[in-house]
Design a protein around this ligand. Structure first.
Ligand SMILES: Nc1ncnc2c1ncn2[C@@H]1O[C@H](COP(=O)(O)OP(=O)(O)O)[C@@H](O)[C@H]1O
Ligand SMILES: [Mg+2]
Length: 293
């Protein structure tokens, strides 16, 4: 489901919204026994535990999803349109709560802590998000875009600290040499691929542990896409990456683990190589061989 405009607003008004959410009732506080379908993820950075998410009423967009996410790896979430990929991703940093009537069951543990018991602002510092369409804040300079997260949350930094964060983040996404002489120009003059790397830099500037990306290359040409893919592979040294993609070859190229979702269910989860060569579920196989999707 497309929600780019909403998501842009969401980021721009993050501070106010997060404050509103802090008073919103948490849905779950009980720890239950974790199921980890992949035995060889020894100590996952994130544990999704029987998570179900509804946007309202008794219809659930994802149901009973359990999975451990491996640290310093790329995990791809695949599946046909409408199967709940974005919903799962949003639920991992509580972005879905920005829609008015959501409720969920289950839990997501970051370390020992259920994210649904955490302060959402702090949570989103640890788990950052990059959206489908590059969405730099149009009125802000490149420089201010990179440190936008700090500004929006009222965190004051010294000039030298800001300079250091901006340079480090832009270097991390390979954009520094391209923009270092135009840091105070607006980010909207950049190409689509550069804008998306700027948005990744904005997420990195907050030094998250995990970066969630929702089809980050679907609006980009093949060259810009390849650059983002190379970047993600490089970034996994320092970050854990969860990537929604409906581009199977992208998942095959860059991910270590893959999930296949269908109709809100996590049908199969495994090492990417294994899933692409010997899928266990017939639905996964049909999807991967192009029978639907
Ligand atoms: N904001 C929303 N309000 C109500 N239903 C939604 C909302 N966002 C997604 N859905 C529904 O949840 C289901 C999963 O959607 P989504 O997570 O966007 O799937 P995907 O990212 O795999 O295309 C779909 O049936 C979709 O219509
Ligand atoms: Mg989606």
């Amino acid at each position: 489901m497309e929600s780019t405009i909403l998501e842009q607003e969401v980021i721009a008004t993050e501070k106010a919204i997060a404050r509103r959410m802090e008073v919103k009732e948490n849905t779950t506080k009980t720890k239950s026994v974790m199921q980890n379908p992949i035995e060889n993820i020894a100590s996952p950075i994130l544990n999704i535990d029987k998570l179900s998410v509804s946007y309202g009423g008794d219809k659930y967009s994802i149901t009973d999803v359990s999975a451990g996410i491996a640290k310093n790896k790329i995990t791809a979430i695949m599946g046909p349109s409408g199967c709940g990929k974005s919903t799962l991703l949003r639920a991992i940093n509580r972005m879905h709560e920005l829609y008015p009537n959501t409720h969920n069951k289950g839990a997501v543990y970051l370390g020992d802590e259920n994210i649904y018991d955490m302060n959402p602002i702090l949570l989103r510092r640890k788990i950052g998000m990059v959206f489908q369409r590059p969405n730099p804040f149009p009125t802000m300079s490149i420089y201010d875009n990179v440190i936008a997260g700090y500004k929006l949350n009222g965190i004051k930094l010294k000039r030298a600290e800001k300079d250091a964060i901006v340079e480090k983040s832009l270097r991390e996404v390979g954009l520094w040499s391209e923009v270092k002489d135009s840091l105070h120009n607006k980010g909207t003059f950049l190409s689509g691929g550069q804008q998306q790397r700027l948005c990744i830099a904005r997420a990195l500037a907050y030094t998250p542990e995990i970066i969630l990306l929702d089809e980050p290359t679907s609006a980009l040409d093949p060259i810009a896409t390849a650059k983002i893919e190379d970047l993600l592979v490089k970034l996994k040294k320092d970050f854990t990456i969860v990537l929604v993609t409906h581009n199977m070859s992208q998942a095959a190229r860059i991910s270590d683990y893959s999930m296949f979702m269908y109709l809100g269910e996590l049908v199969e989860y495994g090492k990417t190589k294994q899933m692409f060569t010997t899928p266990k579920d017939r639905r996964t196989e049909e999807y991967l061989t192009g029978k639907f999707g």
